[in-house]
Design a protein around this ligand. Structure first.
Ligand SMILES: Cc1cc2nc3c(=O)[nH]c(=O)nc-3n(C[C@H](O)[C@H](O)[C@H](O)COP(=O)(O)OP(=O)(O)OC[C@H]3O[C@@H](n4cnc5c(N)ncnc54)[C@H](O)[C@@H]3O)c2cc1C
Length: 479
């Protein structure tokens, strides 16, 4: 009896002791997990981050007259980001897509009823499509496009031709939203659930990295800041996580680190490409990783000291005539096969008045990310002048930036999507990815990151919720 009591005392003391936790990755999910753990008294934490900064796919840089976001930019609805900052007057509505202008590759400004129909169908591309198992988003959209646009204009050959060209625009735009290289890749079905409220809020101060400052309580009152500096190790890439016994994390510098729990946050692109786990993760998790697509988009950011657009302009869309597409390499031959045609829109940044952001999508992205910046600049200016040169006196940009998320081995893409061939209404592969690796019932390796969120994957708010969820899982073990 006495021995049993002593054993119980020993066990309760072990569990009363606070655990050690390693967090792999200091993106917003890793930071959110760390903050939650620290706020709940679990302070024996090490965060290993491969890059030389925190934030991951939130990356705000100084550019032009202010800041711009190379990664996440918009707060979509009244989600956890909104709730966290709503009393701080940091977000505002972006009037960006309210009055977009559509231009044709012959230089004309398109304003017909067809263009309104096209914009509506592309903006709401995933509404009213047939979500059938095994049918890709592209196939489902084509069916909708045929019924709503092509059939409507079938008796007017000229408009019908333009409507058919509109499909190329629709394809590029959908890829931009999905972050996929081709619209045959995402499933027509999806588990993503939008959060109510304004879907296009932007940051008044700096950029999306404000959320990191608010989460870490560096803003608005720096004296309240959460002390993570001594727990954070930058430029420390994790190369192996051994989890058959007490988890051990190995870094590229050869050092090893033990902890009671490891929270893994790298993107699903990184999980797909890297052989991080020893032993390998169970088949159910391997299948979950395979079920998610992770390709990419590019932002091209141009700074024009001399503004050439009107104050009332917000967004320019580019619609190619198929005949111009065929001849484009003769007009602009630098870089891979007609890459310039993948520049689908040019959008203003409210807080940076001399800057325009070009959005690029499609399968040429890996090659485009390798192009020298001067080719990116020349190609972008070729498109801008071709489409807008008739109506605007286009000036020369002084500086240019281009994102490179896909070729960066710490990301390997931009945001996750549900792949065609895997989607099933009742199966949430994101939940399978989020299941911890356990010893008995004790979770030892836990998974956070946007792709582990069942309904808000691909977003910042999903990433934050996932980090907090995994911190809670650990906190619950040590009441
Ligand atoms: C161009 C672009 C535009 C976007 N636009 C929006 C938007 O408007 N709104 C929105 O809500 N979301 C947007 N997103 C998505 C959003 O940015 C992400 O969903 C979110 O930031 C992901 O956070 P995370 O913590 O899950 O992953 P990450 O930010 O990828 O964090 C993971 C971290 O792990 C690190 N890492 C990787 N491998 C290792 C390793 N082996 N060892 C150590 N560290 C490692 C990485 O460097 C990274 O810092 C956008 C993303 C991109 C790229």
């Amino acid at each position: 009896m006495k021995q049993r009591l002593l054993w119980l005392l020993f066990v309760s003391q072990v569990f009363a002791e606070k655990p050690s936790v390693i967090i792999v990755g200091a993106g917003v999910s890793g930071i959110s997990a760390a903050v939650k753990l620290i706020e709940n008294g679990i302070t024996n934490i090490k965060i290993f981050e491969a890059e030389d900064r925190i934030g991951g796919r939130i990356h705000t840089v100084e550019f032009g007259d202010n800041f711009i976001d190379m990664g996440a930019q918009y707060c979509h609805g009244e989600n956890v980001v909104y709730d966290t900052v709503k009393n701080l007057d940091l977000l505002e509505h972006a009037e960006l897509f309210s009055a977009p202008k559509m231009y044709y590759s012959n230089g004309s400004h398109l304003q017909s009823q067809l263009i309104q129909d096209l914009e509506t169908v592309v903006t709401n591309y995933d509404r009213d499509i047939n979500r059938t198992k095994g049918v890709s988003l592209g196939e489902a959209f084509l069916e909708k496009y045929q019924n709503t646009i092509l059939d409507k204009y079938k008796n007017d050959p000229e408009t019908h031709k333009l409507a058919s060209d509109g499909l190329i625009f629709a394809h590029s735009t959908i890829l931009m939203h999905e972050g996929a290289f081709h619209w045959s890749r995402p499933a027509s079905g999806r588990h993503y659930k939008p959060v109510k409220g304004d879907q296009m809020m932007v940051w008044k101060k700096r950029g999306y990295d404000m959320i990191l400052d608010v989460l870490l309580k560096r803003y608005p009152d720096p004296s309240q800041k959460i002390p993570i500096e001594e727990k954070l190790f930058l430029k420390k890439k994790v190369t192996k996580i051994s989890w058959s016994g007490t988890p051990v994390v190995e870094l590229s510098d050869g050092t090893t680190h033990k902890a009671d729990h490891v929270i893994v946050t790298p993107s699903v692109g990184v999980l797909t490409h890297e052989d991080l786990f020893d032993p390998v993760v169970p088949p159910r998790k391997q299948e979950a990783i395979k079920s998610m697509g992770f390709d990419g988009i590019i932002k091209i950011i141009l700074y024009f000291p001399e503004k050439w657009w009107h104050d009332s302009d917000s967004t320019f869309f580019f619609l190619w005539d198929r005949r111009d597409l065929e001849g484009v390499t003769k007009e602009f031959s630098e870089g891979p096969n007609s890459w310039v045609t993948n520049l689908v829109a040019l959008v203003r940044v409210p807080s940076n008045p001399h800057v325009l952001i070009g959005w690029v999508s499609g399968g040429l992205i890996p090659e485009m990310e390798k192009l020298p910046l001067d080719v990116i600049k020349k190609g972008s200016m070729f498109v801008i002048r071709k489409f807008l040169g008739r109506d605007y006196n286009i000036t020369e940009p002084k500086a240019v930036l281009r994102s490179d998320w896909h070729n960066n081995p710490n990301f390997r893409g931009t945001y996750s999507y549900e792949k065609n061939g895997y989607f099933e209404e009742e199966v949430h592969y994101q939940d399978h990815l989020a299941e911890p690796l356990t010893h008995g019932t004790t979770p030892v390796v836990l998974f956070a990151g946007e792709a582990t969120h069942p309904t808000h994957y691909s977003t910042v708010h999903g990433a934050i919720e996932s980090g907090r969820r995994e911190a809670d899982r650990i906190i619950a073990l040590y009441p």
